[in-house]
Design a protein around this ligand. Structure first.
Ligand code: ADP
Ligand code: MG
Length: 468
């Protein structure tokens, strides 16, 4: 194996230095992708030259566009056959990847990207496949299903992507990945993307990649933009301390990491007791419930999302003002990864860690991995002088009817800013799913907005709306 780069390349290189078609370059401009992210700058020249790759970089670093451009570069839009396959650990991630590839593929009229995951009817997916698809993005189980039924044929595949490979291994997908990879044409390009680099990744690469180049961006972000603070607590006070931090720093959106599901549940109870709007993500939720949690957090109507590392990995959540390490993780790399979720895109971010005496050894390992001195602060010194409740700025309305009813965000925005008389600023993110539409509105107009939407019409029809 050759290690191409292990250091951080200069960020800010332009895409125009890459051998991409003018149409592709124009699309990138349209998307406002002006400079490459570090992982893109490190991996794209190698990927476009046809190498197999192992690429490691933290969540939110732009890995999707890195492999998206590589697979589009290998694609012949005139051939209606599956030429690229992206394996993802979960439906949410597959959906995010599908969206991003579709955006990147806009330069060509007719590139079909199909998500194939559980939770949607096999037969509908089979029909879509029959109609001709260029790129398939899906979870290993469902992809296998279609291969076994003969509805997914891979003889013309030229690019195989393993996205979030570490997480797929965590979730026990090794054998499924092997099943799929063994049935792909031997002559192909394989790119493996991962946020961390556990033992299993090297094994996987050895089995399914050919002379891979390795691109690792271990971020040492003791970061300019991320302000890290460590607080000593006793285990008894740990959960209450989270509320103290939130009331002092008053971040709009906080991701709180716990090491176990039970800890997540306990924290949720305490935060709710304190009147803080919090939800948790865990494997026990149904898919629709998970979607709802993420939508409400992303549109700023929930202050805190409580999660384990497994539940939170890979999710693209922008604008996090704070990350709280409720528990210290035994793995320094995971700590760096957690902390790296805040302070993105030139925003400041807080990374706050609660450590008991028993966590000392873990904390020392973190300090060493980050190559920096840790800043210890006193919880007692934090004032909760501002004792007003921590209230999220937005509130989410649930409207029945979504893509199936051909609802678009503009229809809802039109209804709210038209007859209902609200301003554009009072309306936040509008998310349309298959069955429902989620509308973020300024918290103080929520009631009024429900009333006016119910009394009026959206797309010429009366609608059912309630606050979530
Ligand atoms: P990762 O897979 O590494 O977690 P994503 O691919 O989800 O990260 O990218 C995170 C966000 O950054 C996405 O919203 C994406 O649209 C955006 N992004 C990716 N590349 C660029 C770029 N070169 N310039 C600006 N934004 C980008
Ligand atoms: Mg990703």
């Amino acid at each position: 194996m050759t290690t191409a780069e292990t250091t951080q390349p200069a960020a800010g290189q332009s895409f125009s230095e890459l051998p991409l078609s003018p149409a592709m370059q124009a699309t990138l401009q349209q998307l406002d992708y002006l400079t490459m992210t570090p992982i893109q700058a490190a991996s794209l020249p190698l990927a476009l030259a046809g190498h197999d790759l192992i690429a490691q970089a933290k969540t939110g670093s732009g890995k999707t566009a890195a492999f998206g451009l590589a697979l589009l570069n290998n694609l012949n839009p005139k051939r209606f056959a599956v030429q690229a396959l992206v394996l993802c650990p979960t439906r949410e991630l597959a959906d995010q990847v599908t969206q991003e590839i579709r955006r990147l593929a806009r330069f060509e009229e007719n590139i079909k990207v199909l998500p194939l995951c559980g939770g949607s009817a096999l037969r509908n997916q089979a029909t879509s496949l029959e109609n001709g698809v260029h790129i398939v993005v899906g979870t290993p189980g469902r992809i296998m299903d279609h291969m076994e039924r003969g509805t997914l044929k891979l003889d013309e595949l030229n690019t195989l992507i393993l996205d979030e490979a570490d997480r797929m291994l965590d979730m026990g997908f090794h054998d499924d990945i092997a099943f799929v990879a063994k049935r792909c044409p031997a002559k192909r390009q394989t790119l493996l993307f991962s946020a961390t680099y556990p033992e299993g990744i090297a094994q996987l690469a050895k089995q399914f990649l050919r002379n891979p180049q390795e691109v690792k961006l271990l971020e040492k972000h003791a970061g300019s933009k991320i302000r890290q603070r460590f607080y000593e607590v006793t285990n008894e006070d740990r959960l209450q301390a989270v509320a103290t931090l939130l009331k002092h720093f008053r971040p709009v959106s906080t991701l709180a990491f716990c090491n176990t599901k039970q800890q997540c549940r306990d924290l949720l109870n305490i935060l709710r007791h304190e009147g803080i709007q919090a939800l948790t993500l865990n494997g026990d939720l149904e898919q629709r419930e998970r979607d709802q949690v993420l939508i409400q957090f992303a549109n700023r109507s929930i202050s805190v999302l409580v999660a384990t590392d497994v539940a939170a990995r890979g999710l693209d959540i922008a604008n996090l003002e704070a990350v709280i390490n409720v528990d210290v993780t035994p793995d320094p790399e995971i700590h760096i990864h957690r902390v790296g979720r805040t302070g993105r895109a030139d925003e400041d971010g807080w990374a706050l860690s609660l450590c008991s005496h028993g966590d000392r050894r873990r904390v020392a390992a973190i300090a060493e991995a980050m190559g920096c001195q840790l800043t210890w602060s006193e919880l007692g010194a934090l004032d909760a002088a501002d004792n007003s409740p921590l209230v999220p700025p937005m509130s989410t309305l649930l409207m029945l009817g979504g893509r199936k009813e051909k609802i678009r965000p503009g229809d809802v925005l039109g209804a709210l800013t038209g007859e209902a008389g609200f301003t554009r600023e009072q309306v936040g993110k509008i998310t349309v799913t298959d069955q429902n539409t989620y509308i973020a509105v300024a918290r103080d107009i929520a009631r009024d907005a429900v009333r006016k939407l119910t009394a009026g019409k959206v797309k010429g029809k009366t609608v059912k709306v309630r606050t979530l």
